[in-house]
Design a protein around this ligand. Structure first.
Ligand code: FES
Length: 351
C-alpha cells in the first residue's frame, strides 16, 4: 500500500517526523488569548460549604462588634493612670492596651470578613468591558473644525491685524524676562577657584589634630584629610578657603600607581588629591582601600586615586586635581605649589 492509500490520520506521524524541529508559527502571535475557563469553587457547587463560609463571615463581623463594645467599655472601665504588667510588653497603661487591642480586633475582623465574603461567596465571574473606539466620528471631527473656524472668524483674529501683531510681539518678548533672571545665578567666580591657599613650602596639616604630617603618619589603606599650614578655623574666610584647599591623602604601593605623572607628584606612594568633587563640589569622604577608589556621597561619582584621580563612574566631568608634594629637610610633607588646575566643578575656568 502506498502512502497515498493510507488515511490522512495514519499518515500524520510521518508528516510530523518530516517537520520535526520546525517551530510552528501561529497566524496571529498577538491574538487575544481570552479568559481562562471559569472554575467553580466549592461554595458554588455545595450549598453546605457556602453556608459554612457565610457563618465564618458572620463570626468575624460579630467579633468586630464585640470588640467595638469592648473598646467603649474599656474607655469607661479603666482609669487613665492604671499600669499593668503584660508579657512581653512589660508595664503598660491598662487603658491604652485595652483600647489598642479592641480597636485592632474590630478593624481587622471587618476587613477579614469582607475579604472572606468576596473570595468565597461573591460571584467570581470575570467581566470584560470592551473599549469603545478612541477616534471621534467624522461628523464630530467636522463639527470641531467648524467650531474652530467660527471662533476664529468671531474673534476677528485675521481682521484685527494691529491687535494680532502686538500680541505676537508681547508673547515673543515675555520670555526675555526669564533670561534676565539668570543674572541672579552669578556673580561668576572668575579666577577665584584657580587659586587656593596651597603654595610652595606649605606643610600639610592633619585637619583633625592640626599637626604637620610626616610620611610615616600615612599608612597604606588609611584616608587622611589635610589643610595648608597657616590656616585657622578662626579665620574670617576659613570656610571659603577650606572649600578650595581641602585635601585628602592616601598611601598606595608605588607599583600600583598607573599614572606616571601621579607617581612623580607623590612621595613614596603618598598621593594628595583635592577633596572637592568635580561634579558640583561636595566633599568626598569614602575610600575603598582595595581598589583605591573614592566615592562622592552626593551623586556617587567615583574616582580612581591610583590612576590620576580619573572618573570611573558617575556624573563628575573631570579628574580630581592632584597636589604635588614632597618632604622637607625636617621630614614633614609639604606642597610644591598650588593645584595645577581649578578645584571643584569650575565650569568657567577650564580651557
Ligand atoms: S557632587 Fe560629587 S557626585 Fe555630585
Amino acid at each position: 500500500m502506498s502512502t497515498q492509500d493510507i488515511p490522512e490520520e495514519e499518515n500524520l506521524p510521518a508528516a510530523q517526523d518530516k517537520h520535526a524541529g520546525e517551530v510552528a508559527v501561529p497566524d496571529d502571535p498577538f491574538a487575544d488569548p481570552g479568559l481562562p475557563p471559569h472554575e467553580p469553587r466549592i461554595q458554588d457547587i455545595d450549598e453546605k460549604a457556602a453556608r459554612r463560609s457565610e457563618r465564618a463571615v458572620a463570626f468575624m463581623f460579630t467579633l468586630s462588634m464585640l470588640a467595638t463594645v469592648g473598646f467603649i467599655a474599656s474607655f469607661v472601665a479603666f482609669p487613665v493612670d492604671k499600669i499593668v504588667y503584660i508579657f512581653p510588653l512589660g508595664h503598660v497603661s491598662a487603658l491604652n492596651f485595652a483600647l489598642g487591642t479592641t480597636l485592632a480586633v474590630a478593624l481587622f475582623c471587618i476587613g477579614a470578613g469582607a475579604v472572606h465574603w468576596a473570595r468565597t461567596l461573591m460571584s467570581d465571574h470575570e467581566i470584560v468591558h470592551e473599549r469603545h473606539p478612541i477616534e471621534a466620528t467624522p461628523e464630530v471631527r467636522e463639527q470641531v473644525f467648524q467650531d474652530f473656524r467660527d471662533g476664529a472668524a468671531d474673534s476677528g483674529f485675521g481682521r484685527r491685524k494691529l491687535a494680532r501683531n502686538t500680541l505676537f510681539g508681547a508673547l515673543a518678548l515675555f520670555p526675555l524676562s526669564a533670561v534676565v533672571l539668570l543674572r541672579d545665578l552669578g556673580p561668576l567666580p572668575e579666577d577665584k577657584l584657580r587659586r587656593s591657599k596651597w603654595a610652595k613650602g606649605k606643610r600639610l596639616m592633619n585637619q583633625n589634630t592640626m599637626q604637620p604630617l610626616r610620611p610615616e603618619d600615612i599608612s597604606v589603606g588609611s584616608l587622611t584629610f589635610a589643610m595648608p599650614e597657616g590656616m585657622s578655623e578662626h579665620d574670617h574666610d576659613f570656610q571659603t578657603q577650606i572649600a578650595k584647599a581641602a585635601l585628602m591623602i592616601v598611601r598606595i604601593q608605588p607599583d600600583n600607581i598607573k599614572d606616571k605623572r601621579e607617581l612623580d607628584w607623590s612621595h613614596e606612594g603618598i598621593v594628595a588629591f583635592s577633596k572637592i568633587c568635580t561634579h558640583v563640589g561636595c566633599p568626598i569622604s569614602l575610600y575603598e582601600q582595595q581598589t583605591h577608589h573614592v566615592l562622592c556621597p552626593c551623586h556617587q561619582s567615583t574616582f580612581d586615586l591610583a590612576d590620576g584621580g580619573r572618573v570611573i563612574f558617575g556624573p563628575a566631568g573631570h579628574a580630581l586635581p592632584q597636589l604635588r608634594i614632597t618632604v622637607n629637610d625636617e621630614g614633614y610633607l609639604e606642597a610644591m605649589g598650588d593645584f595645577a588646575e581649578p578645584v571643584g566643578p569650575a565650569f568657567w575656568e577650564r580651557g
